[in-house]
Design a protein around this ligand. Structure first.
Ligand code: SF4
Ligand code: SF4
Length: 373
C-alpha cells in the first residue's frame, strides 16, 4: 500500500480509503470487507452520521459497522473520518450529533471530522459559522480531545469550495474527482499549495466507472479494469492524499488495494495518453450536446439534455448499462418531472434554440430506441 501525508502532520494515510457509504447489506460481510482492507494496509475509513439508512435528523448504521470493524486493529493504527450534517444548525444539535457519532463508532475521538457534511458556502456562512452554531462547538470538542482534525465535504462549485478553503480552518476537504469529472482540479491545486489534504469521493464515478468500458480500458494498454484506471488516474494527481472507494465485496477490496499499492500510479507518458483520449472524447461529447440547457423547458417536459447526456455515456464512453440506468431515471417518477424522449410531439420549439444545431427531434428518437429497455 502507498501512503501519503495528511496535511501538516506526521500522519500517513493509505492512498486507498474505504468509503463506508454503500456497504454490503449483510452486516457481517460489510465488516469482513472493511477488515480485509485493513489487512491489506488501508488505514483510512470514511463514514457519515447518516450513511446506510439514516436521514438528516437520524443516524444510519454505517458508523456502527465501522466501529465494529476497526476493533480488529489497535485504535492508533486506523484513521476514522465521519461527518456532521448541517441539518438543525444550533450548536447544541451539532454537539448532540457528534456525541451520537462517537458512541456509534464506539471510540473516544474522531481523527478527521467533517464539521459540515456536503456543505455549500451559503450553509457554511449561515448555518455553521455564526455564533451559536456548530463552529463554537467544534472548537470546544477539539479542546476536549474528541476531534483531532477539521475537514468538510462539499458538492458546491469549485469557486465556493475555494472560498471555504480560504477560511483557513480546514486541514482537509472531501470532494468529487474522477476521470469523467475534473471540475475540481483548481481546488485540488489550491489545496496542494496550502498543504490541505484532498480526500477524493467518487473515485470510480459513484459506480459509473465501476463497470467495464472497453473504450476507457483501451486508453492504457495493460490496464485490466476500468476501476483500476479510475483509481490510478485520481492518484496520479499529486494534490490527492487518498482516493476513496465504496467497496462492497472482498474481491473489489483486493483489486483496489493492489492498484493503490503500485509505486507510481501513472507515468508521465500514460498520463499524456489519458489526457489526449479524454480531451478527444470530451470534444466528441460536445459535438453531440454541450448540456447548455437552452432548449429547455420543453412544453412536453422531455428531458432533452438529460437524454443526450445518457446517450453520451453510451456513444462516447461505451458505458451501456450506465447509460440505460441514467435514461431510466426519466419518467413519471422523475424528481423534476422530466420525461423520456417518446413524450416528444415534434413541435420543433427546441430545435430553434439549440446553438449546436442538433436535429433534436430525430436524435431523441434514436436515443429512445438505443436506451429504452
Ligand atoms: S420538439 Fe419535442 S422535445 Fe422539442 S420542444 Fe417540442 S415536444 Fe419538446
Ligand atoms: S440546446 Fe442543444 S446543446 Fe444545449 S442542451 Fe439543448 S440539445 Fe444540448
Amino acid at each position: 500500500m502507498q501512503y501519503r501525508r495528511y496535511a501538516n502532520t506526521d500522519i500517513m494515510i493509505s492512498a486507498l480509503g474505504f468509503g463506508a457509504m454503500r456497504l454490503p447489506k449483510d452486516d457481517d460481510y460489510a465488516i469482513e470487507c472493511m477488515q480485509r482492507a485493513l489487512e491489506l494496509g488501508v488505514n483510512f475509513i470514511d463514514s457519515a452520521f447518516g450513511y446506510r439508512g439514516g436521514t438528516e435528523a437520524g443516524p444510519g448504521s454505517s458508523e456502527i459497522l465501522v466501529g465494529r470493524a476497526i476493533k480488529a486493529v489497535p485504535r492508533d493504527r486506523v484513521y476514522i473520518s465521519t461527518k456532521n450534517p448541517v441539518s438543525d444548525p444550533s450548536g447544541k444539535a451539532w454537539r448532540e450529533r457528534l456525541d451520537i457519532s462517537l458512541e456509534r463508532l464506539d471510540t473516544d475521538y474522531i481523527d478527521f471530522y467533517q464539521l459540515a457534511h456536503s456543505v455549500s458556502w451559503e450553509d457554511y456562512a449561515t448555518k455553521f459559522r455564526p455564533a451559536g452554531c456548530g463552529w463554537e462547538e467544534a472548537l470546544r470538542a477539539r479542546d476536549e480531545g474528541l476531534i483531532r482534525h477539521f475537514g468538510f465535504s462539499s458538492h458546491d462549485t469549485p469557486e465556493n469550495m475555494l472560498r471555504l478553503l480560504e477560511e483557513g480552518i480546514f486541514e482537509s476537504v472531501i470532494l468529487q474527482y474522477n476521470l469523467l469529472d475534473r471540475r475540481n482540479e483548481p481546488v485540488i491545486e489550491y489545496a496542494r499549495e496550502h498543504n490541505i489534504s484532498v480526500l477524493v469521493m467518487g473515485t470510480v464515478g459513484g459506480g459509473r466507472l465501476g463497470m467495464s468500458s472497453e473504450k476507457l480500458e483501451g486508453i492504457l494498454p495493460g490496464t485490466a479494469t476500468t476501476p483500476e484506471l479510475a483509481i490510478r488516474f485520481v492518484l496520479a494527481n499529486p494534490g490527492v492524499t487518498s482516493a476513496m472507494s465504496g467497496m462492497n465485496s472482498v474481491e473489489m477490496v483486493e483489486e483496489n488495494a493492489a492498484t493503490a499499492s503500485r509505486e507510481a500510479p501513472l507515468s508521465a507518458e500514460e498520463l499524456g495518453a489519458i489526457e489526449q483520449a479524454l480531451g478527444e472524447n470530451a470534444r466528441l461529447a460536445d459535438l453531440y450536446c454541450t448540456g447548455c440547457n437552452y432548449c429547455m423547458p420543453c412544453p412536453q417536459d422531455v428531458g432533452i439534455p438529460q437524454t443526450f447526456a445518457a446517450m453520451n455515456m453510451l456513444r462516447v464512453w461505451g458505458l451501456e448499462d450506465v447509460a440505460k440506468a441514467q435514461y431510466a431515471r426519466l419518467g413519471p417518477e422523475n424528481r423534476e418531472g422530466l420525461l423520456q424522449a417518446d413524450a416528444c410531439v415534434e413541435c420543433g420549439q427546441c430545435e430553434d434554440k439549440c446553438p449546436q444545431n442538433i436535429p433534436i427531434i430525430d436524435q431523441l428518437k434514436e436515443c429512445h430506441e438505443a436506451l429504452s429497455e
